[in-house]
Design a protein around this ligand. Structure first.
Ligand SMILES: C[S@@+](CC[C@H](N)C(=O)[O-])C[C@H]1O[C@@H](n2cnc3c(N)ncnc32)[C@H](O)[C@@H]1O
Length: 84
């Protein structure tokens, strides 16, 4: 994610009172997902994912997010082919 974009949205995030729920990480996303997967407690613990970048690697995001998300919930992406 781009920090400038995050900061642009930050006033709205604060207004909504959800800033404490956001852990902003500025990093290539695949390596972050791999780090999350190293802790088994993270598996099946996420309710929602939205992917909107790095489109050539969407299959890799799908493989990792499938393990991190709670069963039967959706991975949303900006392309239809990886919606479940
Ligand atoms: C299409 S924009 C996403 C916009 C975002 N969905 C929003 O509504 O603000 C793509 C963003 O993903 C970031 N990005 C591109 N490749 C990335 C990657 N491999 N890992 C993490 N972020 C990446 C870019 O820096 C850019 O900020």
């Amino acid at each position: 994610m781009n920090k400038d974009t995050y900061e642009m949205g930050l006033p709205l995030i604060k207004k909504a009172g959800v800033e404490h729920k956001i852990n902003f990480i500025q990093s290539p996303a695949l390596s972050v997902l791999d780090e999350l997967l190293e802790d088994h407690e993270n598996r099946g613990s996420f309710a929602f994912a939205f992917v909107d970048a790095d489109k050539v690697n969407y299959q890799k995001y799908h493989e990792r997010l499938w393990q991190l998300l709670k069963a039967a919930l959706k991975i949303l992406s900006s392309r239809d082919e990886f919606k479940i």
